[in-house]
Design a protein around this ligand. Structure first.
Ligand code: ZN
Length: 329
């Protein structure tokens, strides 16, 4: 009786050598707060400079998902206070992202394909990390300023299987393009799931709940199932209006439940405005020429291995499942 409507936000950490706006290394496993400088510590007077490698990798991703690459994109300041964000704002792209209107074709269980529209992909800086240790909380800013590409889908997905299929395809693209390691456990491929339900046939979008903190494909599927069950039960019990609010919920994998983390803010709460310390980001013809020539992706390789080498569907699938295996083959 219900139809499930899901949209995804995926934060991909780009594998650049240095951070988004400074020359600090992005490598991990360093002593806390050593990969930092006046820029990523947001000391007064320090000015950000855009890392062009981030722009190049964004063009590659945009090309791979058939998107428009905006020749001019603009950075915005998203204000919020959190201990791991020393500037008390995040630099992101709200109004004019570098990548817009893309699409991804996913494979469904029944052998058919479905096109999922990608609303946008924008560049933003990651925050640091809070470490809670008994009564003490510590802040490590080594990660502050690491480049992220946030890839936002339209609400075109209708169940956990489609979500996993979409994520696997996106994951494969990032690995084949070699623009990130996309390691879910290490947090370089972070997925937020926006879930809502509606009676079958209804065109309206109801209250969407954002579920965070899910670090494997298996748990994403489970988190969607429990959240859909929670919303459907509330609807059937006639308490949907009271129970289901626009909010951010955390998935608890031990208890297999979602629970409220915070009310969902609206864009106005963040007081976005154009980042005054950065120029517009311009993509030149030369950059387009060079970075829109992307390597062969898994689907094309899969088709070519069948037509050129006479492999069967299954074997071609096994060999192209990971970029390392495909290159070795
Ligand atoms: Zn720095």
């Amino acid at each position: 009786m219900f139809e499930v409507v899901i949209g995804l936000e995926v934060h991909v950490q780009l594998n650049t050598t240095t951070k988004l706006f400074c020359s600090c290394p992005t490598s991990f496993n360093h002593k806390q707060n050593t990969n930092t400088c006046p820029v990523c510590l947001a000391l007064p007077g320090a000015l950000p400079v855009l890392n062009k490698e981030v722009v190049h990798k964004s063009i590659m991703l945009g090309t791979a998902v058939d998107a428009t690459i905006n020749r001019t994109s603009i950075f915005d300041r998203k204000s919020y206070f959190y201990p791991d964000s020393p500037s008390a704002y995040q630099i992101t792209q709200l109004y004019t992202p570098i990548v817009e209107h893309g699409k991804l074709e996913i494979d469904l269980e029944n052998g058919t394909k479905k096109t999922i529209r990608i609303n946008r992909a924008h560049i933003e800086a990651d925050a640091g990390k809070n470490i809670h240790d008994g009564d003490v909380s510590k802040v490590d800013l080594n990660r502050a300023g690491t480049p992220l590409l946030e890839i936002v889908s339209e609400p075109d997905l209708s169940n956990g299987d489609e979500v996993v299929s979409y994520l696997k395809k996106l994951h494969s693209i990032i690995r084949y393009l070699d623009i990130g390691d996309a390691n879910m456990q290490e947090g370089s491929f972070r997925v937020d799931v926006n879930v809502s339900i509606r009676p079958k046939g209804d065109e309206k979008l109801y209250t969407r709940v954002e579920v965070k903190n899910i670090n494997s494909f298996k748990f994403i599927q489970k988190a969607i199932d429990v959240e859909v069950a929670r919303q459907s039960e509330a609807w059937e019990d006639g308490i949907y209006e009271q129970e289901i609010a626009q909010e951010t919920r955390l998935y608890d994998q031990e208890k297999n439940e979602t629970r409220s983390m915070r009310g969902k803010e609206e864009a106005a709460d963040y007081r976005y405005f154009p980042e005054p310390d950065l120029l517009k980001c311009l993509v030149t013809d030369a950059m387009m020429e060079k970075y829109s020539k992307i390597p062969e992706l898994a689907d094309e390789k899969h088709a070519r291995f069948i037509s050129e080498y006479g492999m069967n569907e299954y074997n071609a699938g096994v060999v192209t499942a990971s970029v390392e295996t495909a290159h070795f083959f």
